[in-house]
Ligand binder design. Structure first.
Ligand code: NAD
Ligand code: LMR
Length: 332
């Protein structure tokens, strides 16, 4: 029997990520090839005409899974009945700007959209915040939507996770699909800690640790980490716009694995509400390694954390605590 359509909200849908993301959702990249969808697209009034153009293109593309499109500048209409909300709308970072510079513009948007989601989304709506500062916007959304279960509010660090898989694959000249279990800890920012201590590569003679195959700790503790920490800025420098196709694709990966589950023996990185695991202060949205089953994520427990990693985990937690204070001061 055909499945009932699920409603997927994309905010900022007339923007760059939105334009890359909505066709992916309509093709089944987010919820699976047999899951019909109704797209809800929200943008602000100055972008209404462009948003309507995106709607026209979605109709023209004749996606078989796409059962309807709501294109609106009304946040209540946009949020009504949605099962998945991908929050992309906001003010993007431009060349030369730090993520903190976009804080005040974006946290007030997330405060007001929290209430609309809380009141009008479907029960158990899953929320993914993409717009920067992604972790802190997600935290503000959580705090101002207290009736949404905190486990349902997450932020995107899957792009960083995928970037780490890509860097390892390039370095070792192996298929990216054969690399697994990298971890992004912390903030989606230049303090994030990409960790390969538990990562492996599938080889003809079984799984081998990435650290052993790379055999160059200087690279793993240096250039590998800084490349990932600076990748967003490098893309802005090259394109003059922030990453869009990779962000959209990673947003699909994040929701797909959350809803459909992670493969046995693999984990992914998600920004989730900290419960104090790995001595990360509770009350932050922090990127952890997670597995997903039955539409729920769980933090992978019991991984060893060496002294080098401990410092990195703490530094990115410290930045998130500072962002949290700054966000609250912007809202006063
Ligand atoms: P963009 O400027 O092209 O698009 C943003 C869209 O949001 C615009 O169409 C704008 O009109 C709309 N918008 C602004 N205020 C809004 C509001 N209140 N409600 C609804 N829509 C609103 O930017 P983009 O390149 O698509 O990037 C979007 C966000 O994603 C940025 O904050 C960017 O920094 C962030 N980003 C995050 C990641 C990640 O991995 N977490 C990766 C790339 C980009
Ligand atoms: C990215 O990682 O590509 C984006 O978050 C861009 C940014 O603002 O860092």
């Amino acid at each position: 029997m055909a499945k009932e359509p699920l409603r997927v909200l994309v905010t900022g849908a007339a923007g760059q990520i939105g334009y890359a993301l909505v066709p992916m959702v309509a093709r089944g990249a987010m919820l699976g090839p047999d899951q019909p969808v109704i797209l809800h697209m929200l943008d602000i009034a100055p972008a209404a005409e462009a948003l309507n153009g995106v709607k026209m293109e979605l109709v023209d593309a004749a996606f078989p899974l796409l059962k309807g499109v709501v294109a609106t500048t009304d946040v209540v209409e946009a949020c009504t009945g949605v099962n998945v909300a991908v929050m992309v709308g906001g003010f993007p970072r431009k060349e030369g700007m730090e993520r903190k510079d976009v804080m005040s513009k974006n946290v007030s948007i997330y405060k007001s959209q929290a209430s609309a989601l809380e009141k009008h989304a479907a029960p158990n709506c899953k929320v993914l915040v993409v717009a920067n500062p992604a972790n802190t916007n997600a935290l503000i959304l959580k705090e101002f939507a207290p009736s949404i279960p905190q486990k349902n509010i997450t932020c995107l660090t899957r792009l960083d996770h995928n970037r780490a898989l890509g860097q390892v694959s390039e370095r070792l000249k192996v298929q990216v699909a054969d690399v697994k279990n990298v971890i992004i800890w912390g903030n989606h920012s230049s303090t994030q800690y990409p960790d390969v201590n538990h990562a492996s590569v599938k080889t003809s003679s079984g799984a081998k640790p990435v650290r052993e195959l790379v055999a160059n700790d200087e690279w793993l503790k240096g250039e590998f980490i800084t490349t990932l920490q600076q990748r967003g800025a490098a893309i802005i420098k090259a394109r003059k716009f922030s990453s869009a196709l990779s962000a959209a694709s990673s947003a699909c990966d994040h929701i797909r694995d959350w809803v459909l589950g992670t493969p046995e023996g693999s984990w992914v990185s998600m920004g989730v509400y900290s419960d104090g695991s790995y001595h990360v202060p509770a009350g932050l949205i922090y990127s952890f390694p997670v597995t997903c089953k039955n539409e729920e994520w769980s933090i992978v427990q019991g991984l060893s954390i060496d002294e080098f990693s401990r410092k990195k985990l703490d530094a990115t937690a410290q930045e998130l605590s500072e962002e949290k204070s700054l966000a609250y001061s912007c809202l006063q």
